[in-house]
Ligand binder design. Sequence first.
Ligand SMILES: Cc1ncc(COP(=O)(O)O)c(C=O)c1O
Length: 402
Amino acid sequence: MNCREDLNWPLMRNNIQQTDVDALVNFLKFEVPILTQASQVEAFEQEWSRWLGVEHSVFVNSGSSANLLTITALRETYGTGEIIVPTLTWVSDIASVIQCGFKPVFVDIARRTLGMDTGQVLKKITRQTKAVFLTHVLGYNALDADFLAELEDRGVALLEDVCESYGATFRGQKLGTFGLMANFSFYYAHHMSTIEGGMICTNEATLYETLRMLRSHGMAREAKSGDLRNSYSSRHPDLNPDFIFAYPGYNLRSTEINAVIGRAQLKRLDRNNKLRTENLRFFLDHLDGNKYQTDFAVEGSCNYALTLVVKEANPAFCERVMSTLRGLGVEFRRGMSGGGNQLRQPYAKRIFGATEFERYPAVNRVHFYGFYIGNYPGLEKEKISKLCKALNALPMSEGADG
Ligand SMILES: Cc1ncc(COP(=O)(O)O)c(C=O)c1O
């Protein structure tokens, strides 16, 4: 096919729509709208909790803030120690662990889920392990039954980063409902957007209160429970109850504007997720399984990206794939989630050593030979079909036929 045809295919399109803008304009028409965190944030948190199936949600200004609050709440509740983390994830999943004084213990990924190799995780649990901070990568569930059972047996907390995978399920249950806390991102490129935004979800009432306080400077008055607020003021009679800082917290609050958009977006999330899931299946069904990985763990998956992994470690073929994508106007990211192996990043090399990244072959594989491509609800099957044809036609060796 003609590689010069422009498919005009960005990583994300129309994630904020006129209905969201209308909802916002209507909100702003109130005589004196409150714009800082107030009733819209509260309503969004409740609606999100209902959608996910958890007791409590805390809305913050990004997915990275959600990561930071989760790890801070873990430290304030259980103390520091080791946290087992993936090599393939977003930088803030590792940064939050380091910044909060934990030792990150890395594991490689599993080929079909792109998530942590759960067998390796179990082998790395020690008496110092405070949690496993798992990322569900690009819509694929990374949990399995043995893993969950063993974590429970050994009393190790699971934290789920669901920023790239909301709506995905394991055995019919939504990801983000299995662990002690779960994080979501509403950045523009994700399943839904509040422009910037994030959510932390938990069924644990005490953690919920801690998260609320940490989000707002560590202030005790942010606790929902009157009893908890009163216990702080009675134990600190020398302090103004409005200014009791229970924790060394942050200001990671979002605004009413972001919450209004989130509430409008949530109404079409399931519909959009269904379209995205169909797109991914269609893409994998039409790719040549001899050249590209097509056996991803799609059961229960829900992706905002199409995952493309070249099967053979063949740099020349990989270059042909990239130039085809560029030629067709298809935006892509090499290295999958967060740019591939985190241990190759300058910050990680400084902390963990310049060659530590070499010990993780599976993530190194997708670091060079893995890509993601946008999967937005309005993406036409015809475009997916044209892309698959162009990719399938590429010769494995120079001069050979596709
Ligand atoms: C797995 C994962 N976690 C966390 C984040 C951070 O979210 P945000 O961009 O909202 O800070 C991202 C970012 O895209 C991500 O992919």
